[in-house]
Design a protein around this ligand. Structure first.
Ligand SMILES: [Zn+2]
Length: 84
């Protein structure tokens, strides 16, 4: 498990860089790097990943369905957020 020194904004847990599949509106974009909290499972989108997804969305004509169209990735991993 690789840690990058950043901390979760929600719980202060250590964030680790993870490669996860990303899909939005039923369209798979491929796999990208995300920062995943090892404690609460919250997933952050690094700027580089945000730009990569935006680029693909524009190339495929998927952009512009709404402001700031990239939806937060749904984490498909253990430790996913639980609204308890
Ligand atoms: Zn956290």
């Amino acid at each position: 498990m690789k840690q990058n020194g950043k901390r979760c904004a929600l719980c202060g847990g250590a964030l680790r860089r993870a490669t996860l599949p990303y899909a939005s509106r039923g369209v798979s974009f491929g796999e990208f790097e995300f920062d995943v909290c090892s404690d609460c499972g919250d997933t952050l989108v690094p700027k580089s990943t945000s730009l990569a997804i935006e680029k693909i969305a524009k190339e495929r004509g998927l952009w512009g369905a709404g402001p700031g169209t990239i939806e937060p990735p749904v984490p498909h991993h253990r430790g996913a957020k639980v609204n308890a």
